[in-house]
Design a protein around this ligand. Structure first.
Ligand code: 5GP
Ligand code: MN
Length: 339
């Protein structure tokens, strides 16, 4: 939906009638999910002081995002189900940020009130499902954080953005574009970054907090992945890394520790497709992350076709419901048949 500006009036009407707002984002929230949600929370609080606004993620965000303004009030549903349910049931407006289908919320999706409570989507993934009542969906946006910023500007709310909100937006922008290396499709994205600098952010400090925050174990896990676990398929220009629960436990895995690992094989000149397979904590499935470089290989299509998932052209994910060994064999067969 490219002409989202026509939805602004409907959004204003919904906000004018709301008393208890819920902002939710996807499972395993990343920099964009957390940044966009907290910036939207900050704006709503400033613009509608009488409205209650809560941010709930399906599970805990990684520690390296915990410094963002408002992160301390955000709830991880998996840790506080009972306490959160009563608020969820009483909310009268729901904002769904940075995902395109309710199944990305895991158990939080089942806890949402019925469809009589309006659901507003703000997202930049392809192909949103009909799970939402008012849809702001634009795959040309670099990030949901950029979309939130544009909506705030369209609402006339830019003067209400605090430095903390600007920092949150910059985290989303920086992480979803690999520090402006990809997904920047219009000059406006750089103009937004300039606006955030004008709002007082220190971009070097933010990059340091997000990227230079590895624990020693996490750094060694990365080394292990690249040295011991990366398999390269030169003919198919592909590579993958797979990690069992035992291997993750050996390196004292914390949520977010493998964030970004899937990108590393793409630094090999001839590799254009990269995958990361990690065994889930309850060992019921394998989490699949896919990345491609260039304009010809859509990992969104690959994730949809083979891994019950989706995402963007160059970054997508999904799940595989069998063992890690079988997942590796399955992927190798895909490589042989598709490339
Ligand atoms: P990541 O590999 O970083 O977990 O996810 C990359 C992109 O794919 C993100 O934009 C994310 O929203 C999307 N994605 C990841 N996992 C899934 C999934 O299970 N289903 C769908 N539809 N999209 C996913
Ligand atoms: Mn995003």
């Amino acid at each position: 939906m490219l002409n989202w500006t026509s939805n602004i009036k409907a959004l204003q009407d919904l906000l004018g009638n709301a008393r208890h707002c819920l902002v939710v984002s996807h499972m395993n929230p990343d920099g964009d999910a957390v940044g966009a949600s907290l910036a939207w929370w900050s704006y709503l609080k400033a613009a509608y002081p009488d409205m209650e606004v809560r941010v709930v993620f399906p599970n805990k965000y990684p520690e390296f995002l915990g410094w963002i303004e408002g992160a301390d009030q955000a709830i991880a549903y998996a840790d506080k189900k009972e306490a959160t349910q009563s608020y969820i049931k009483t909310c009268d407006l729901i904002f769904c940020l940075d995902f395109n289908s309710i199944d990305r919320l895991d158990a939080l999706g089942e806890a949402l009130p019925d469809r009589s409570v309006p659901r507003v989507l703000i997202d930049h993934h392809l192909q949103p499902t009909p799970d939402f009542d008012l849809i702001f969906s634009d795959a040309l946006m670099s990030s949901t954080s950029e979309f939130v910023y544009r909506i705030v500007v369209a609402l006339g709310g830019k003067p209400l953005l605090t430095k903390g909100a600007a920092e949150a937006l910059y985290v989303g922008l920086m992480t979803d574009t690999g520090s402006f290396c990809f997904s920047v499709r219009t000059p406006d994205t750089f103009r937004m970054a300039a606006d955030l600098v004008e709002l007082g952010i220190d971009k070097d400090e933010i990059a340091g907090k997000v990227y230079d925050s590895y624990s020693e174990k996490r750094m060694r896990l990365l080394g292990y992945c690249l040295h011991e676990k990366m398999r390269v398929f030169p003919k198919q220009k592909a590579a993958y890394i797979s990690l069992s629960r035992r291997e993750l436990d050996d390196f004292c895995f914390q949520p977010g520790d493998t964030e970004g690992f899937v990108n590393f094989p793409l630094s090999i000149k001839k590799v254009t497709l990269s995958a990361l397979f990690t065994e889930s904590q309850d060992k019921t499935h394998i989490r699949v992350s896919l990345r491609s470089k260039g304009k010809t290989l859509s990992v969104n299509e690959l994730a949809r076709k083979y891994f019950n998932g989706g995402g963007h052209f160059n970054a997508a994910g999904g799940k595989y419901f069998n063992s890690l060994k079988n997942c590796e064999a399955y992927f190798e067969n895909i490589l042989k048949s598709e490339f």
